[in-house]
Design a protein around this ligand. Sequence first.
Ligand code: HEC
Length: 611
Amino acid sequence: MSDRKLRHALAVALLAMTASPLFGGEKKPHEAGAHESSTSLGFTLPDVRTGKPVALADFSDRKAVVVVFMCTTCPINNAYMPTLAKLSKDYRDKGVQFIGINSIPVDTTAEIVAHASKNGIDFPVLHDPQGRVVGQFDARRTPEAFVLNEKREICYRGRIDDQFGYDFRRTKATKHDLIEALDAVLAGKPIAVAQTEVLGCLISRTAPPKKDATETFTRDVAPLLQKHCQECHRPGQIGPMPLLTFEQAESWSGMIREVVARKRMPPWFADSKIGHYSNDRSLPDKDRETILAWVDQNCPKGDPKDMPAPVQWPIGWRIGTPDVILLMKEEYDIPAQMPRGGIAYQYFVIETNFSEDKWVERAEAQAGAPEAVHHIIAFVAPPRDSKEPRSLGPPVLPPFLPDARYATVLCGTAPGDMPTILPAGYAKKIPKGSRIILQMHYTPNGRAQKDRSRIGLIFAKEPPKRQVLTVPIFEYRFQIPPGDANHKVESRGPWDYVSGAKPGLDRDAQILSFMPHMHVRGKDFAIDVIYPDGKKDDLLSIPHFNFNWQNSYRFAKPIDVPKGTVIHCTAHFDNSAANPSNPDPTKAVRWGDQTWQEMMIGWTDLAIERK
Ligand code: HEC
């Protein structure tokens, strides 16, 4: 019997057991569980580390057992690993045993072992690729915790606490549900909250494909994953789980359904009714319906002959082979833990030693330690006597840097953003004798590492028609009151910070793209242009800004804007307690580098006639 058939047979067998109140079967999520079990639970599964069978009954001397459903990839699951490792240690001497169950078929034993040791998990982790124990507990998501009392009845099921969710990470949990349940059980008291909702990744439960299924993986779904998902969901990229094969897609089908239906994936935040963007990642409705139908039909595989050839993804540099690679002179030591007060932005100066002006068509920044580099911005600092058009910027670079005032942005990295790839005939200038300044924002992730980041450049074959400048349309004179859920800040530009002259373009130009930038209190961001005759055009609207994604929005066609045009940005900030990412709703917030301070910048790529 093939693996898949075996799993179907087991799924059918499990459904047949639904007569017992223990087995969730067709019940709605979370109906089963707390206080309900009349039959005692039991399982025996191999420990991933030793291969030896471990049974629930082995821990009969323990006062309570916590069974946690885990996986190796789900971001929320992973965020909780340090908490789980600590809880298991804290409660061991109180007679509590933690057991991890991994029911994800595509997680291999080797991956589960590596994941556990990387996260300091020292309790047994059992592999349940056939989903037997998931069925027994009717577990829905990773990480879902079940507290079993001395009689081995489920007396709590749900989240560990409320620290992590889709799109938010609190600095500290405000509700400690698992701890409260454990303390109550150990004290022989009733549990106040016996069931809570779990945020995390759905564990897929397989059933045979429906007979009247119309969609297949190989013919209908694989091409969509190639087009819309694999840019990030392949090894080495930022998407947590690879989505290359049928097994991977089937294994995550429940979660794929959820993120696609809720439009969380692919990540794209601009209102596509307002502008047309060449890098629009949003999923067309028709493609969304295909993916949803395929999951609802229980993931038919289809004819292997229909499977499209794998996409040949660029290896190394996404811009192609660079003409020049510029590297930080020395390594920077990133500490394991974020020191109190954070790590100030670090600046590294790289001499280009270019003896002639260079025109850059493509530029890509690459972090040396990607896991702990939040962002890089690479600036071009031309020599003071070069009379280049300035970026008209805010004090984004500290004055102690050489020629910081004249620096323009070359390229950067931020989650979800792409390298700079300009259309033919457009290029950024690196005047001869320039230096490159890297602004680095380091965010330690628990492991001390060394970073030596670099940028790759591809030069235009001939001098371009137009010169591209990245201009910040910013406002730094704001103060967001404590608790304010909708504080408005506007900016107008381009504005010469040095002369303080009235905002507006000093010559005809074209707008190529925008990249709104705010921090964790950022709520929405909109950009319009006001022409010299007073007419107005809306160019970009981000109704739900998400700090985790610093996307740039590139127009399908450059937008002509005459001299005198003002670019106008409107942003709102949520400094209330209702914003889970808000580190402190009781504080007034002003402009500053660190993520607990705020920024308000509409980065704009403008093209001007080359001199
Ligand atoms: C631009 C990169 C990118 C693209 C394109 C993308 N994803 Fe993701 N995806 C991510 C990242 C990053 C995360 C992790 C988010 C986090 O850490 O919270 C994620 C998370 C997920 C998750 C886990 C659940 C979650 O919310 O964390 C699923 C499932 C998923 N993506 C499916 C898809 C599918 C299906 C597509 C295509 C239709 C897709 N993604 C396209 C980057 C991407």
